[in-house]
Design a protein around this ligand. Structure first.
Ligand code: NAD
Length: 299
């Protein structure tokens, strides 16, 4: 059974690491937040004092960090800290599941390749519920060998595992998906509010649209209107889930990619503007479905 180092135990990483432990794997964890580490050691994880300490003797290293700068810093190190690439063996498989820009993934991938180490970007889709249930979609970018080797751990944490192409390709597919998700969440929010404003019950309206031509993931799994669905962030004060700040980051990445490839993404651009405005109003750490409140009437 593979020994795994898991670094970054937040809303997503905590549940993903827990599923590896449940599957009987030896998992050594590290996070800058000791509370997050304690939550995993109480479920049977080992802990290390540093990320490099956790990674040094692992067969597979998985990272789940907020953004590009955290991933670059952790893998490459700096003047004061060693990077993961310096401490792992050539047999170790490195998998970064964070959503970051494709160029940063390629920088880490190319440095790893120079050292004879396999690195794969494997951003995920499916949210915190998917992470908890072990049904995430993994979108991998890396060599065929890395993709094959990764199956042992990815199949424990996910239901759908895709190979999008070489290192960086997973990140490109992921930002395309999240740009579409943001557009769907905004459209779903304004549609439900339009129904509410015109006397409809949001549950009835959601049931109708879910099986009609407007049906989408937000309606099926993540309704943004409070109390329409149980166990989703909108029914829990928009706590947990996927932070507005992270969606703003992803929409920045998709706009950056669109600029570089001269692609036209008017809906993505508008969605970014709406989420940036929402974050600036103090909603950055709330779930992204709280964008619904931009449309709902305040008392
Ligand atoms: P989070 O902020 O809840 O967790 C990130 C964790 O990383 C935190 O516990 C933080 O302490 C830790 N961390 C930061 N720098 C570190 C370092 N140098 N060493 C060790 N730990 C460090 O974020 P999250 O919601 O778990 O998201 C993680 C990534 O997954 C992001 O890139 C996000 O875009 C992506 N993602 C999130 C969701 C979601 O629904 N939350 C869905 C898909 C993808």
């Amino acid at each position: 059974m593979a020994t795994v180092a898991f670094i970054g135990l937040g809303n997503m990483g905590g549940s993903m690491a827990a599923n590896l432990i449940k599957a009987g794997m030896t998992v050594t964890v590290f996070d800058l937040n000791p509370v997050a580490v304690e939550a995993l050691t109480s479920q049977g994880a080992l802990s290390a004092k540093t990320a490099c300490g956790a990674a040094a003797s692992a067969d597979v290293v998985i990272t789940m960090l907020p953004a590009s700068k955290h991933v670059l810093g952790l893998y490459l190190g700096d003047a004061n800290n060693k990077g993961l690439l310096e401490v792992v063996s050539k047999q170790t498989l490195l998998i970064d599941c964070s959503t970051i820009d494709a160029d940063s993934a390629r920088i880490v991938g190319s440095k790893a390749a120079d050292m004879g180490i396999e690195f794969m970007d494997a951003p995920v889709s499916g949210g915190t519920a998917g992470a908890a249930a072990g049904t995430l979609t993994f979108i991998c970018g890396g060599s065929e060998a890395a993709y094959t080797q990764a199956q042992t751990v990815l199949t424990v944490m996910g239901g759908n595992i895709f190979h999008a192409g070489a290192v960086g390709a997973g990140q490109v597919a992921k930002i395309c998906n999240n740009m579409l998700l943001s557009v769907l969440m905004v459209g779903t929010s304004e549609s439900i509010q339009l129904g509410l404003d015109n006397g409809l019950d949001p549950k009835v309206l959601s049931d109708i649209m879910k099986v009609s031509s407007g049906g989408n993931w937000a309606l099926e799994k993540y309704n943004p209107c409070p109390d329409v669905m149980e166990n989703v962030p909108s029914s829990k004060g928009y706590q947990g889930g996927f932070m507005v700040d992270l969606m703003v980051k992803d929409l920045g990445l998709s706009q950056q990619a669109a600029m570089a490839s001269n692609s036209s993404t008017p809906m993505g651009s508008l969605a970014r503007s709406l989420f940036v405005n929402h974050a600036r109003q103090g909603n950055g750490s709330r779930d992204f479905s709280s964008i619904f409140e931009q449309f709902s009437k305040k008392k």
